[in-house]
Design a protein around this ligand. Structure first.
Ligand code: UDP
Ligand code: MG
Length: 346
């Protein structure tokens, strides 16, 4: 049994809320983001807000802007990952360094309005341990993208063991208990929304409209979306493997039936069979089929290998205002240590 140390929900103490924000090349959005976060901190009397800005190895002016912002704000911490690891990993890095009673994660590009956090906090105070911000609509994106996204959620919800909120899961508030459970259960190639939904706990939804991006471009390219789709599927479903077995059986059955038909036709002298074309078709179709099956198996296999390697999910390169990291004895596995002296050297 795993015991999760949740914070007692006492009314006597002001709860602490950590706001985790993954940032990858968002220099355009950062000034306005900081302004709106400052306003949120000033207006929120019902919780003490701490902001954790996770720089996912940006190559523009973002790191300098973020570090400077943190140096001037008590309530701000900065983490920089050693390589670009994707927003899900960046969020997990932020959550791992959060200490509050609850934590919320949202994008840096202001598509998810920070002002909604107060509504989510209210839902948490009413007892929900996971509060999803559910998008009712998305401004400024083409219909093809909306279609891809609806298809993604419909397929994941139909064929896997998790149920995602059907209109997005990139903005959510989690109770400390859920954060702890999440950090214990993620492996390599995490699919954040699915991992959270899988945990259970009491869930609530707060509707919002996802705004159009005002600065920069979306970093979710088609390739990354397909990767996320494969991750979500393979993490939470064995259906593709089962489907392979069923299809394999079906093809064997077809082969057996056609063999029977050929024997019968031959014995009855119905027709002379033409060889080359039909053979080529069968060979190519079956060859392609087998390769696809191997590919699906490979998807599961390399993830198993990745998990068995126990590599850290991320490595920190730089940080500011994070408790404990300055003290080497308190550092955790993901922080790069200075290489020690070679064995034997004293
Ligand atoms: N992001 C990140 N690492 C990446 C890609 C994106 O940390 O490799 C951040 C990005 O800066 C933003 C959030 O994740 O704060 C959402 O990304 P984006 O806006 O590009 O995605 P979309 O809104 O198009 O789904
Ligand atoms: Mg965005």
């Amino acid at each position: 049994m795993i015991r999760l140390d949740g914070f007692p929900r006492s009314e006597s103490r002001l709860p602490v809320l950590d706001v985790v924000i993954p940032v990858y090349n968002e220099e355009g959005s950062i000034p306005l983001l900081l302004e709106r976060l400052d306003a949120l901190v000033a207006q929120t009397a019902e919780a003490r807000i701490h902001v954790i800005l996770v720089d996912d190895h940006s190559t523009d002016a973002s790191p300098a802007l973020l570090k400077e912002a943190c140096a001037r704000r008590e309530h701000c911490s900065y983490l920089r990952l050693a390589r670009n690891s994707g927003s899900h990993v960046a969020i997990l890095a932020g959550l791992e360094h959060s200490r509050g009673d609850c934590a919320v994660f949202l994008a840096a590009d202001l598509q998810d309005p920070p002002e909604l956090i107060r509504e989510m906090l209210a839902a948490w105070r009413r007892g929900a341990r996971v509060v999803w911000a559910v998008r009712q609509d998305r401004e400024g994106i083409p219909w093809s993208e909306k279609l891809f996204s609806s298809l993604f959620y419909a397929l994941v919800n139909r064929f896997t063991q998790v149920r995602l909120p059907s209109r997005g899961s990139d903005f959510a508030l989690l109770d400390r208990m859920v954060v702890n459970a999440l950090l214990r259960s993620v492996g390599a190639n995490p699919s954040l929304g699915g991992e959270i939904a899988r945990l259970g706990f009491s869930q609530a939804e707060v509707p919002y409209v996802k705004q159009a991006r005002r600065f920069g471009r979306s970093k979710w390219t088609l390739g990354r979306k397909l990767q996320a789709f494969a991750d979500a599927f393979v993490s939470f479903s064995y259906q593709p493997v089962r489907l392979m077995s069923y299809l394999g059986l079906l093809v064997s059955l077809l082969g057996f039936l056609s063999a029977l038909a050929i024997i019968v036709m031959r014995l009855a002298h119905v027709t002379e069979l033409e060889g080359w074309a039909s053979l080529m078709v069968v060979v190519l179709v079956l060859g392609g089929f087998q390769m696809t099956m191997l590919g699906v198996l490979g998807e599961y296999l390399w993830r198993t290998l990745e998990a068995a390697r126990h590599r850290p999910l991320y490595i920190l390169e730089d940080w500011h205002g994070v408790d404990g990291l300055e003290d080497p004895s308190l550092r955790r596995g993901q922080v790069v240590e200075a290489p020690g002296p070679p064995a034997g050297a004293r």
